[in-house]
Design a protein around this ligand. Structure first.
Ligand SMILES: [Cu+2]
Length: 315
């Protein structure tokens, strides 16, 4: 083969990889001065493979997936392809329609879940993660954010979602898309609220379904209800400490050793340690303190001596 035929052959071979999104930066195949393999909008072959592997672990939410400018496809994912009451991780991936290649540079903005409450004919939003960040340096073309949905869809009301996306200068998004929010099974209650004066705060427990028997990291977010309530609820700016007292109500309210309070991290989340020594229903009683150490929630209104502010997690 002469040199030109050889490069063409390599180029075609590399196009074969496009379907599994391995646009390879390293090979750098050039025809007439155009580098066919180096897609500057995405990633190395290794990074593309990481994205590909990641999306095998999640499922598409068709309602939140869309197309931008006829050029890009936007894919929204959760772990199950559905949404449920409480905290949900949301992931976004963008591909080029022509090649299927991932696009690294895009921004998700203004994610706005709204619930219409039938009886009162009013709308409210819900806690939302402030930004959709690059998920992981090994998977740079995946953006991750979260929503924590106050209620599930029922006769009382239903949800719609909107967001804006910008991909390489093209703008698009999803507007007022109806989407169902599932209830959690009995024995699971991952979202609670408390009040300080006129302000309402929400405590969103992050993915307790990932927990195993024994020691786990416990993570949560504290969000503050917006005014107006149709604006997504941002993280509370205050610094709290969330003390936990896990008990098994079906087993004489025994507790477990080695639990530590949730404290605020740089990323705005709260993390601590929880030790769930056996399977079954755990009621995690909460006491919230402000930065000065004063109890602001869960301190009074004790039921059987325990805080009436609690998450339920069934292992
Ligand atoms: Cu509602």
């Amino acid at each position: 083969m002469n040199k030109k035929v050889m490069t063409l052959f390599l180029a075609i071979a590399s196009l074969g990889l496009v379907s599994c999104n391995s646009n390879d930066d390293e090979t750098g195949i050039v025809i007439d001065g155009i580098d066919l393999t180096k897609d500057v909008d995405c990633c190395s072959a290794e990074e593309a493979l990481q994205v590909y592997k990641f999306i095998q672990t999640v499922k598409i939410i068709p309602e939140l997936s869309t197309e931008v400018d006829g050029k890009y496809e936007v894919w929204a994912y959760t772990k199950t392809g559905t949404l449920h009451k409480g905290y949900n991780d949301l992931y976004f991936v963008v591909t080029k329609k022509k090649t299927g290649n991932y696009v690294k540079y895009f921004d998700i903005k203004n994610i706005t879940p709204l619930m219409h409450m039938v009886k009162m004919d009013m709308w409210h939003s819900t806690p939302v993660g402030s930004t959709f960040e690059v998920f992981d340096t090994t998977r740079p073309a995946v953006k991750q954010g979260w929503v924590s949905l106050l209620m599930n869809t029922s006769d009382a009301g239903s949800w719609q979602f909107s967001y804006d996306i910008e991909v390489l200068g093209s703008k698009g998004g999803v507007q007022k898309q109806a989407i169902k929010v599932d209830a959690l099974p009995d024995g699971q209650d991952w979202l609670k609220n408390f009040k300080i004066g006129d302000d309402t705060y929400f405590l969103s427990l992050v993915n307790p379904s990932d927990w195993k028997t024994g020691k786990n990291t416990i993570q949560a977010y504290v969000s503050k209800k917006s005014n107006p309530i149709t604006t997504p609820y941002a993280l509370a700016t205050e610094t709290f400490t969330i003390e936990i007292d896990p008990r098994m109500p079906d087993m004489g309210n025994h507790t477990s050793p080695d639990n530590t309070p949730l404290v605020k991290q740089k990323d705005g989340s709260y993390t601590g340690n929880i030790n769930l020594t056996m399977t079954g229903l755990w009621r995690i009683h909460l006491t919230v303190r402000d930065a000065e150490g004063n109890i602001v929630a869960g301190g009074d209104d004790l039921k059987d001596g325990f805080s009436s502010l609690y998450w339920d997690v069934t292992l």
